[in-house]
Design a protein around this ligand. Structure first.
Ligand code: GAR
Length: 187
């Protein structure tokens, strides 16, 4: 099986990256993580790239030509699929156009509810009954591309931001690999 060379973008802890790396080591999983990109030099997730000997680069999104660095490395590692995993920057329209329906993201809410940041505090304020996560295609509008997979859980009265995050991430570790399998089953 020829695996799809994939780049994962991160900004922080990288637990979804770690989960994807572990899944990708399975022979039948459709992608290989060939590159990790972080906009944050201190992102803990970089340690997983190091541990699993995956090339990684930093980008400084404040520099004008940062996208050239991305495209150069996409070419170098023959990247044809992109997973955003806790990447807290906007992907430019240029990249989205070049990689149409090849960029996916995981978001910690049941989209279209709670796009953007601070999802858990907003969910609590809103007395939401359900939480969850969504894996979706990335398009020009923030957290608005079509959904690939969603998983949900019931919120109870004792839940707080931390417990919501834990419950959500537990589902994310199932949803992200499932979404990737689903995409490549189709094509
Ligand atoms: C994940 O829960 C992901 O859903 C969220 O950041 C976390 C990253 O965790 N993404 C967003 O909020 C994107 N808007 P991780 O670094 O441990 O994978």
């Amino acid at each position: 099986m020829v695996k799809i060379n994939t780049c994962v973008f991160i900004s922080g802890k990288g637990s979804n990256l770690k989960n994807l790396i572990i899944h990708s080591r399975n022979k039948s999983f459709p992608i290989k993580i060939s590159l990790v990109i972080s906009n944050n030099k201190k992102a803990y997730g970089i340690n997983y790239a190091k541990k699993f000997k995956i090339p990684f680069i930093f980008i400084n999104t404040r520099l004008k030509n940062y996208e050239n660095k991305i495209l150069f490395n996409f070419k170098k590692y023959n990247i044809s699929f992109i997973c955003l995993a806790g990447y807290m920057k906007i992907i430019s329209n240029n990249l989205i156009k070049k990689y149409k329906r090849k960029i996916i993201n995981i978001h910690p809410s049941l989209l279209p509810k709670f796009k953007g940041l601070n999802t858990f505090s907003r969910m609590l304020k809103n007395n939401e009954k359900k939480g969850g996560c969504t894996v979706h295609y990335v398009n020009k509008k923030l957290d608005s591309g079509s959904t690939i997979i969603q998983k949900s859980f019931i919120i109870n009265k004792k839940d707080n931001e931390l417990s919501l995050k834990k419950k959500t991430q537990k589902l994310e570790y199932k949803a992200y690999p499932e979404a990737i399998i689903k995409i490549f089953k189709k094509s």
